[in-house]
Design a protein around this ligand. Structure first.
Ligand SMILES: Nc1ncnc2c1ncn2[C@@H]1O[C@H](COP(=O)(O)OP(=O)(O)O)[C@@H](O)[C@H]1O
Ligand SMILES: [Mg+2]
Length: 383
């Protein structure tokens, strides 16, 4: 196999930035492609800025790359397929195709034997049949381009459901039952070119206004049964798609059951803690996988918490004065609702982790969510 020395990354946001940074010690050079000239990964690696259908510049972009990956799942499928005719694209563009659309995503999961909430395609000509199959309360979502809770509306009555459909109907829609979950968790797995699979510990996630605020890893009080189910689901997904790279499955935990909500065919926000909190970070393991190397250990190094910095920054010098606090700033202009950095706390016991987390929360109240008392699902799902 040709040795991979240069990787092209479609998308130049913070995920691309952290991928690029992880490449340096391995001697893997990355270059980013993003229509936005100010994309923040361009501060740490070469960035080519052009539309995703600028075939001439894409041709130039692939020229010296041995492999292409993506950090953004809304890269046009056509672009990924076009590139895949020239150079290996990992993970496969098939993953983009499946997981860009919430309907094909949920069907794929269901058909793979991975439990999902009740869902139905919304037919604009007769929307109430979707409501009949999912029940009330429910969530109406655009099938494509949703992120951080955008493009979703919760409905608690037939009238609200019809209102939600009217509001969003410019785009194809899906309806899902509103799951009264006990908590949200995610599982990140990685598969190498040789078919080796490694899985990170289950993560507990807290969202507010549809945006991830806090992740705890390993997820506190996860039973053997729940951990085994998560591992089985992610392994099945990786193997059935002949997948290469990192994948994340976001899930709702209800009692001892897991229901899959979303799949991200890329490195994921709920895996940022792995930079300090695992033996090998998700970013390094993604590069190892797509470049044809053996995977690194996914074992946790103690107990971690990751707090997203959204819209505004805490006093940086005070964060850095907290023991075992690791600050990551993405070089993005602060804007309401925008992810501009994160803090990871790494500790040797859950108690120490919680104490350090309290110190972070004292500086950064917007990040405050209470791990022991998850918000109700009503507060999570907002349009
Ligand atoms: N069917 C559902 N039942 C309960 N809560 C939901 C449901 N769908 C979404 N949510 C809440 O909204 C958040 C964002 O929804 P998600 O489908 O993950 O979209 P995205 O992350 O792409 O914005 C979820 O993490 C969860 O808190
Ligand atoms: Mg999500």
């Amino acid at each position: 196999m040709e040795r991979v020395e240069q990787v092209g990354v479609l998308g130049g946001g913070q995920l691309g930035r952290m991928l690029a940074l992880a490449g340096y010690p391995l001697g893997i050079r990355t270059a980013l492609y993003d229509p936005e000239p100010a994309a923040c990964a361009g501060q740490v690696a070469p960035l080519l800025s052009a539309p995703y259908d600028h075939w001439h510049l894409l041709q130039q972009f692939v020229q010296d790359k041995q492999c292409i990956t993506y950090e953004f799942e809304n890269v046009p499928l056509r672009t990924a397929q076009w590139l895949a005719e020239r150079v290996p694209v990992r993970p496969t563009p098939r993953a983009l195709e499946l997981f860009q659309d919430r309907l094909s995503e949920k069907r794929f999961l269901r058909d793979s034997g991975i439990p999902v909430p009740r869902f139905a395609e919304v037919d604009i000509a007769k929307p109430l049949s979707a409501l009949e199959s999912v029940g009330c309360p429910c969530v109406v979502k655009t099938r494509r381009f949703g992120y951080d809770g955008k493009g979703q509306v919760v409905a608690r009555s037939e009238e609200q459901f019809l209102q939600a459909v009217r509001l969003l109907q410019a785009q194809p829609l899906i309806a899902e039952e509103l799951v009264p979950f006990d908590r949200e968790v995610s599982v990140l797995g990685v598969r190498s070119l040789d078919g080796e699979v490694a899985i990170y510990p289950l993560v507990e996630n807290h969202h507010r206004e549809g945006i991830l605020r806090l992740s705890l890893a390993p997820a506190p009080n996860a039973s053997e049964q729940v951990i085994a189910a998560a591992q089985e689901y992610v392994t099945r997904l990786l193997q059935s798609l002949d997948y290469v790279g990192i994948v994340a499955i976001e899930m709702f935990q209800v009692g001892e059951q897991l229901l899959a909500n979303e799949v991200a065919p890329r490195v994921h926000n709920s895996g940022h803690w792995t930079i300090e909190g695992a033996e090998t970070s998700q970013f390094e393991n993604h590069l190892r996988a797509i470049c044809g190397f053996a995977l690194g250990s996914t074992a946790p190094r103690g107990f971690s918490a990751m707090v997203n910095l959204i819209g505004e920054l805490p006093p940086v010098e005070k964060v850095l004065a907290i023991p075992n606090a690791h600050l990551h700033l993405y070089g993005k202009q602060p804007r309401p609702g925008r992810k501009i950095g994160h803090i990871t706390i790494r500790a040797d016991s859950p108690g120490q982790r919680n104490n350090l987390l309290e110190e972070v929360f004292a500086l950064y109240p917007p990040g405050r969510v209470c791990p022991s008392r998850p918000h109700s699902s009503q507060e999570h799902a907002q349009g």
